[in-house]
Unconditional design. Structure first.
Length: 485
């Protein structure tokens, strides 16, 4: 018994054609269609010209004979012709046939068909000319039509005739113009074959040139693909070399710009994760340590609960700030609406006064209408006011105000504290970065407040600035978008 195992087939997935090959195939297809159309159209035009020339020649020769028949006279008698043979003989003696043309006079013989009278002495490039083909002469003579085409084994003949009748109603003779179009048609075919050969050479050259050009054009695309395949989260440093100023170069520039954004985003993400982990690890460690060391003494338990609750509240604030910063990347983070700047400034002043016992002052107020999100701007200004409270002592002055500068408006908070150290001014708007100027000690916040202020300013198309206050202190300015009168 023979056991047949399962059939195995070597089915390999087909590799798709590359863009270079597809471009080249489409180019060759269009070139072949175009060149073929040109060759066919040229041949059609040449064939039509040959047909037109042959028909014109036949009409001209028959017209000349008809005119001679009507008005010609016998040079021997000086009278009109009465004998068809004499008419044909005299007319043909005066004619000179064009190349590939035969001028023949035929006279009927009872019971035997037409007999040749005279034809110009010319060598024709055909095997059997008409004046040597009795069967062809008889078919033309007996044909009821005045023009026609005669297909023979030795070659095609285009003919036209004028019947001559001098006695009775039956034609006694006929003048025949025969044209052999073989050489003319051969010339057209030669031109057509030459054009096809030129088209073939052009296609071969197009194949080579198109392959090279397509490769050069698509080289940045291949580099983009190779770079994308090699990119990892740990290595985002690869870039595409940009050459030229065409669309493909623009694609490479766009890809490089995307890589720059990705590299910055991943770097910021790693830094953010490291900082967030560090900031959240500290309160978690404090909570765990106090809970592990907590005894049975009620007072100790109460103090431990208070410390744990305080650390949990701090963790909650950090999480809320992180969520807020994450929302800052969304397009709906701010909802602008028409707002009176003077009214908004006054509201911020009233709310900030509750933050601490300071000498609060409402400075200059701009009377303008602006497009902004009043809740986000209030949040940013209150955060700046809170920052000023943390860096001042009771009784020190904090000023809040707004002003219009041309088409832009600014809201600011000015304090009279110790100011910001130069090394801190470069980093205080970054996440989890805190200054060291609060009476020489670090603040107790998580370092996210000023990052939120910057995010709100940038969401409004503006920015936040910091500079020293005359006489001591720091000035934070929200420079926002254009104002409307």
């Amino acid at each position: 018994m023979t056991t047949t195992g399962p059939a195995t087939t070597d089915e390999r997935p087909r590799r798709p054609l590359s863009a270079r090959v597809r471009i080249l195939l489409w180019l060759l297809l269009m070139m072949a269609v175009a060149l073929g159309s040109v060759a066919a159209t040229t041949r059609s035009i040449l064939v039509r010209d040959v047909e037109h020339r042959i028909n014109g020649l036949l009409a001209q020769e028959t017209g000349e004979f008809a005119h001679f028949e009507e008005r010609g006279v016998d040079p021997e008698t000086g009278r009109p012709f009465t004998d068809p043979g004499r008419l044909l003989h005299v007319f043909l003696e005066r004619q000179y046939a064009d190349p590939d043309e035969e001028l023949i006079g035929l006279v009927g013989r009872q019971g035997r068909g037409p007999a040749q009278i005279i034809q110009p002495p010319r060598d024709l490039p055909v095997t059997v000319p008409l004046h040597r083909d009795a069967d062809a002469r008889r078919r033309i003579f007996d044909s009821p039509g005045s023009t026609g085409v005669l297909d023979r084994a030795s070659g095609e003949i285009r003919w036209a005739k004028v019947a001559v009748a001098r006695h009775g109603s039956e034609p006694d003779a006929a003048f025949v113009v025969a044209f052999h179009p073989g050489r003319e048609q051969g010339g057209v075919d030669d031109v057509f074959r030459i054009m096809l050969a030129i088209s073939g050479v052009a296609l071969v050259l197009t194949t080579g040139i198109g392959w090279v050009v397509a490769g050069r054009i698509l080289q940045p695309v291949r580099l983009v693909r190779a770079a994308a395949a090699q990119l990892t989260e740990q290595d985002l440093t690869r870039r595409i070399p940009v050459r030229g100023k065409d669309d493909v170069a623009a694609l490479a520039e766009t890809f490089n710009a995307m890589l720059d954004r990705l590299e910055r985003a991943f770097a910021a993400q790693r830094e953010f994760v490291d900082d967030a982990g560090h900031e959240l690890r500290t309160p978690i460690t404090i909570v765990r340590g106090h809970l592990e060391l907590m005894g049975d003494d009620p007072a100790e338990r109460e103090e431990t609960v208070r410390l744990v609750t305080d650390e949990l509240d701090r963790m909650s604030r950090i999480v809320e700030d992180l969520l807020l910063l994450a929302k800052a990347e969304r397009p709906d983070f701010v909802t602008p609406e028409p707002v009176q700047l003077a009214e908004l400034t006054a509201d911020v002043y009233v709310k900030a006064r509750t933050l601490g016992e300071r000498d609060w002052r409402l400075d200059e107020v701009a009377d303008r209408e602006v497009e902004l999100d009043p809740q986000r701007i209030t949040q940013a200004m209150v955060q700046l006011a809170q920052n000023a409270v943390q860096h001042t002592t009771p009784g020190q002055t904090i000023r809040i105000g707004s002003r219009a500068d041309g088409s832009r408006v600014e809201l600011y908070v000015v304090d009279s504290g110790p100011g910001v150290q130069p090394q801190d001014a470069r980093v205080i708007f970054e996440r989890f970065r805190r200054g060291t100027s609060r009476r020489g000690a670090r603040g107790s916040g998580a370092g996210l407040g000023l990052s939120i202020v910057r995010a709100i300013a940038e969401a409004h198309g503006g920015r936040v600035r910091l500079h020293d206050t005359e006489g001591g202190g720091a000035t934070f300015v929200l420079a926002l978008g254009e104002a409307r009168t």
